[in-house]
Design a protein around this ligand. Structure first.
Ligand SMILES: [Zn+2]
Length: 374
């Protein structure tokens, strides 16, 4: 999996079916009679886990706030941007002069202070189309401390005519003073049935699942693997992520069931991470797997086993297709060691971002994995 930024398609951004009530609250109710844009909060913080469509919602909201004649959408019965006024057209072509989307530069992980300073200079200019100016910053937690402090001044003394929308996956990572200066909306995990229906429809639109047979089961598994977040579930269905998961899990189980040497498996995984790193074009049949993949799927299995070992129900685990196997395995493990391994995995997520011997890390993880067995 990746957290690569892709250039958003402005025209296609819209809220998702599970965001219908939040759209109503944020926008539709406010704009149902007259333009009430002056009553809109000057700073809004949308918070929630990754993969639930915050960005799409925020872009559509920005378009709605810029739209010159919001109208009822006959399909949804809600007030939405008209899609045809000059503001909507400019927005759809990603050229609206009064919209400023700030995100991390392609090669960096932080939003630097200079970007925020330029933004503040931009925010005091008058609007080109005579309406509001909208700033969207995502992810807000990517602002470095100087950038955060610089933005804070603007939040404390709001610029007339400018609305700032912040998105975050990690609300607690933001400065408390930033959080308190914004109207905060916490976006919950989507309703499961609505998310499943959307996911099934999306899967049917892809070439991978061109018949309805098995789509429902696939959607359930994907949503479960993605911890209930539909966009991550859809991402899992693309590319080779399920294959990667199956490979990692198969090897983990081989250590437990067939007593395969964990050091050998660690070496296999290590070789597979090299395929990706060197972008080798040889006819190597092995699947490229990143260190993150190995840790992520080990984490997924270990978390499920910890739940099952504590007698949690089937629907609390992620790898629902492996329920029977995992349930049986959970009876043969030391719970205490499983929980210790879980701590080690949490550290490993950080360690792989730095300079570390990945092969040794895998060895340690897998030896500890084996030692969970009674
Ligand atoms: Zn419009």
């Amino acid at each position: 999996m990746s957290d690569n930024q892709t250039m958003p398609n402005y025209a296609q951004m819209a809220y998702f079916p599970w965001q219908s009530s939040v759209w109503q609250k944020l926008y539709s109710n406010k704009f149902s009679n007259k333009m009430e844009i002056n009553h809109f909060p000057h700073a809004l913080l949308l918070a929630g886990v990754a993969g639930i469509g915050k960005k799409e919602l925020a872009f559509y909201l920005a378009k709605g706030l810029l739209c010159q004649s919001p109208q009822e959408n006959p399909k949804t019965g809600q007030i939405e941007p008209c899609q045809s006024c000059r503001a909507c057209q400019l927005f759809n072509s990603a050229t609206h002069p009064d919209f400023n989307h700030i995100t991390t530069p392609e090669d960096k992980k932080v939003i630097p202070v200079d970007t925020i300073r330029e933004l503040i200079q931009w925010s005091v200019l008058s609007s080109q189309l005579g309406g509001k100016k909208i700033i969207l910053i995502e992810p807000a937690e990517a602002m470095n401390p100087n950038a955060s402090n610089s933005l804070l001044k603007t939040l404390e003394e709001p610029v007339a005519n400018t609305i700032i929308i912040l998105l975050t996956n990690k609300k607690q990572a933001l400065l408390p003073t930033i959080r308190s200066r914004c109207q905060s909306i916490d976006l919950a995990l989507p309703d499961k049935q609505i998310a499943l229906q959307w996911l099934e429809d999306s899967l049917l639109q892809t070439s991978l699942f061109n018949s309805e047979e098995g789509t429902s089961e696939n959607a359930q598994l994907l949503l479960s693997l993605a911890s209930g977040t539909p966009l991550l579930a859809l991402e899992l269905s693309h590319g080779k992520q399920l294959e990667v998961r199956n490979t990692v899990i198969k090897k983990l189980l081989s250590i437990m069931n067939d007593s395969v040497d964990p050091v050998r498996i660690a070496e296999d995984f290590f070789k597979q991470t090299k395929i990706k790193l060197t972008k080798s074009k040889s006819k190597n049949q092995q699947l490229p797997i990143s260190a993150y993949d190995v840790i992520y799927w080990t984490d997924s299995i270990v978390s499920d086993l910890a739940r099952l070992a504590q007698n949690c129900e089937r629907d609390t685990i992620s790898n629902i297709d492996l329920y029977e196997t995992l349930k049986q395995l959970s009876n043969r493990l030391y719970l205490k060691k499983i929980l210790q391994l879980s701590d080690l995995i949490n550290k490993a997520y950080y360690e792989i971002q730095g300079q570390i011997n990945i092969n040794l890390l895998f060895e340690k993880l897998l030896i500890d994995w084996k030692n969970c067995k009674q």
